[in-house]
Design a binder for this molecule. Structure first.
Ligand code: ADP
Length: 259
């Protein structure tokens, strides 16, 4: 197996992601772990672990994500915006509009030729437009993360959720359940509510198709379907959407090695 020359580390608010590349830009290994409160120690441990396991003589580490400044071994640190744009460009090979929905923030990024972020908008103030919104409410409904999307898509009815705040949405759910409303109908309404916030951001930035999706929430089939329905365009996504920030960081690391 080839040795690692570049490690991209995305210290997200919910998960820490790593993509390690060899000198040809091929992926040697990847890793996803819940973000630890002590990011500095966690990133140190994981970098040492994969270097020991796969071999790495003079590799570079490029950090991104909200905890990037805490990655002490990083040769360079970059914003998630540029790293997501770079990673998605590498995988999809076309300009367009990228929606990244993570655990505690969401972004809409216009990707131009060459994978440059030409415009973007970010929401990291309101949980209702992020993965946390579905996670909290799914917890309340006792539905697993993997079942969220399929159950929302299979719902025969849709219950409108009027609360615009995660905390109030939870109270609203309790009240709906007490009135005998079905769990799947509530789930569909919750997905619609999340997507309405994302669509507002897309309109602010301007939709230039194709519409691409990244981040952990991209793995939710109902998010993909409802986003496509709400915008009227197809939604496409890379094979491993949650790893796009780490991949973009690793590709920047590879550029540094070649300089
Ligand atoms: P961050 O970079 O902000 O840490 P991620 O891009 O790693 O966030 O995404 C984390 C979010 O992805 C969480 O809110 C989680 O609920 C969601 N998620 C992860 N896996 C799945 C899945 N299989 N189905 C639906 N949502 C998922």
């Amino acid at each position: 197996m080839n040795k690692i020359v570049s490690i991209g580390l995305d210290a997200g608010s919910t998960t820490l992601k790593i993509v390690a590349l060899d000198s040809a830009g091929e992926i040697v290994t990847t890793l996803i772990e819940p973000t630890h409160p002590l990011i500095e120690e966690q990133s140190e441990r994981l970098i040492i672990q994969i270097k020991d396991e796969f071999g790495c003589d003079e590799g570079v580490v490029v950090a991104t994500g909200y905890g990037r400044k805490l990655v002490k071994r990083a040769t360079k640190s970059l914003t998630e915006i540029s790293c997501h744009a770079r990673g998605v460009w590498h995988e999809m090979k076309q300009p367009g509009t990228l929606v990244d929905i993570g655990g505690q923030d969401s972004k809409v990024i216009r990707i131009g030729e060459g994978g440059k972020a030409v415009d973007f908008m970010m929401n990291d103030k309101c949980a209702a437009g992020t993965g946390r919104f579905l996670e909290n409410t799914a917890g309340r409904l006792q539905v697993s993360l993997d079942d969220l999307g399929p159950r929302a898509l299979g719902a025969e009815k849709e219950e409108k959720i009027s609360s615009t705040c995660t905390v109030f949405a939870e109270s609203e759910i309790i009240s709906l359940l007490a009135h005998g409303v079905g769990v799947d109908s509530i789930l569909k309404g919750l997905h619609r509510s999340l997507i309405s916030r994302i669509v507002a951001m897309i309109h602010t930035v301007g939709l230039v198709p194709p519409l691409m999706l990244s981040g952990g929430v991209a793995q939710n089939a109902a998010v993909r379907a409802i986003l496509s329905e709400a915008t009227g365009v197809d939604v496409i996504l890379p094979e491993r959407p949650q790893l796009m920030g780490a991949l973009g960081a690793a590709l920047v690391g590879l550029d540094l090695k070649k300089k």
